[in-house]
Design a protein around this ligand. Structure first.
Ligand code: ATP
Length: 432
């Protein structure tokens, strides 16, 4: 089986990610995060928030709305510029992104004739209120960034920050992609984690380089393998109309090197545009130098779903143990959904089961712990390995006598006997 198929299959089998609306035959390219998927995703977002908001102190958190004033998308350039070129097949009716086609005239699937390529705006349209008319048309946001630019003044007025400072936001974005695919890599509904970092224009180049390093190292610090990560500078012809520079952080996905996150120097384009369209003064006043100006913006913009997918792929590990293949998700301890599993060795012995449940209950308040007695010990270990659980703790007959449990380490598979009253402290130390 190909690696990507193995990941998709493990995600479904173990409750990470399911096909959206599956019992109705599925809605193409929509995915639902299950019990372990949502834990992993939340841990990832928490790690990002910690690194970008709490640990720095110069970035302010935001949670702006998905629906925004229609003028926002005129000011941002999305109404005029957020297009992909598409070509339709006249025979099989399939739609293609023109830039992906080798032959612009022949369908790559059925060799039918293709229509001329036409621009296709990627923003999802809907109507606000009960009347469906042009005046009520609004869009689902295609990026979280604009929600921060339009709140720049609110941050200045409420927090009085000095440059450089940033705004940070995690939230859903929507793009009517022509060719979604590769599991959760490209979907029409996805989550972004974005920072808008405001700097003096002369500091922009340096700040851009610093953010590239900072964001690259964040993936490494969470255990991503260095050989699967690289930086790629955008060529002049690739740059968005507002950007002075852009560096992508790419991951070596099974389908090739692809973007995980982009870090752009957006110049002073956004604030100038919104100042013009809203007629509000969005300049920053530098008290010491007594000057007003538009700050430049450095934007590290990553995808939550893409990062989750990359971490899953990176952590997937197979090894031979005797005659069996052991599948382990070697996720970093900060990301892994479950830290400890309590497994009674004999599930038909009530005193063992009761003790095991009590131990699990005692750990739960401080450590994400599951209790499982629904299979043989071999099966229980396999299950926990496949979701990456760091420590499996077994309770056996011996435990009833010596009040000790066996703790098995996911990565080394070494087992240690630890007394029940020291267990929580032992695990908390390991998890530090
Ligand atoms: P791509 O070239 O892959 O379409 P992009 O350059 O348009 O991506 P950006 O606008 O820079 O993407 O968005 C920032 C981040 O948001 C991307 O690096 C990616 O992680 C995520 N992202 C963008 N589009 C999607 C999508 N359709 N599905 C999942 N994640 C996405």
């Amino acid at each position: 089986m190909e690696l990507m198929e193995k990941i998709v299959s493990l995600c479904k089998r173990r409750g990470f990610i399911f096909q959206g609306s599956e019992i109705y035959g599925g809605l193409a390219n929509t995915w639902d995060y299950g019990p372990y998927g949502v834990e992993l995703k939340n841990n990832l977002k928490r790690a990002w928030w910690k690194a970008c908001v709490y640990d720095r102190g110069d970035c302010f958190g935001m949670d702006s709305s998905i629906l925004m004033h229609p003028r926002v998308w005129e000011a941002s350039g999305h109404v005029d510029n957020f297009f992909d070129l598409k070509s339709d097949c006249k025979s099989c009716k399939k739609r293609f992104k023109t830039e992906d086609l080798k032959d612009k005239y022949r369908c790559p699937e059925c060799a039918g004739e293709l229509t001329e390529s036409r621009p296709f705006n990627l923003m999802f349209k809907t109507h606000q209120g009960p009347v469906e008319e042009a005046a009520n048309t609004i869009h689902l946001r295609p990026e979280t960034a604009q929600g921060m630019f339009v709140n720049f003044l609110n941050i200045l007025d409420s927090k009085h920050p000095k440059l450089p400072f940033g705004m940070a936001q995690i939230g859903k974005s929507f793009r009517n992609e022509i060719t979604p695919g590769n599991f959760t890599f490209r979907t029409r509904e996805f989550e972004q984690m974005e920072i808008e970092y405001f700097v003096r224009p002369e500091d922009a180049e340096r700040a851009h380089a610093e953010w590239v390093e900072n964001r690259f190292n964040w993936y490494l610090a969470l255990g991503m393998k260095a050989e699967n990560l690289r930086k790629r500078q955008h060529g002049k012809d690739e740059l968005a109309h507002y950007a002075h520079a852009c560096m992508d952080i790419e991951y070596n996905f099974p389908f090739g090197w692809s973007e995980l996150e982009g870090i752009a120097n957006r110049s002073d384009y956004d604030l100038k545009q919104h100042a013009q369209y809203s007629s509000k003064d969005l300049q920053y006043f530098d008290d010491a130098a007594k000057e007003r100006f538009y700050p430049y913006i450095i934007e590290p913009s990553g995808g939550v779903d893409r990062a989750v997918l990359a971490f899953l792929i990176d952590a997937y590990h197979e090894e031979k143990v005797k005659d069996e293949t052991r599948v382990v998700l070697k996720l970093d301890k900060e990301l892994v959904p479950i830290k400890a599993a309590i497994l009674p060795l004999l599930r038909n012995r009530p005193e063992i089961v009761e003790l095991a449940k009590n131990i699990a209950q005692g750990l739960k308040k401080s450590i994400v712990t599951v209790y499982d007695d629904t299979g043989s010990i071999g099966k229980l270990y396999r299950r926990q390995d496949e979701v990456g659980t760091l420590y499996c703790i077994t309770i056996d007959v011996q435990t009833l006598e010596d009040k000790q449990v066996t703790v098995r380490d996911r990565d080394t598979m070494l087992q240690e006997r630890i007394s029940i009253d020291k267990l929580k402290e032992y695990l908390l130390n390991k998890l530090k």
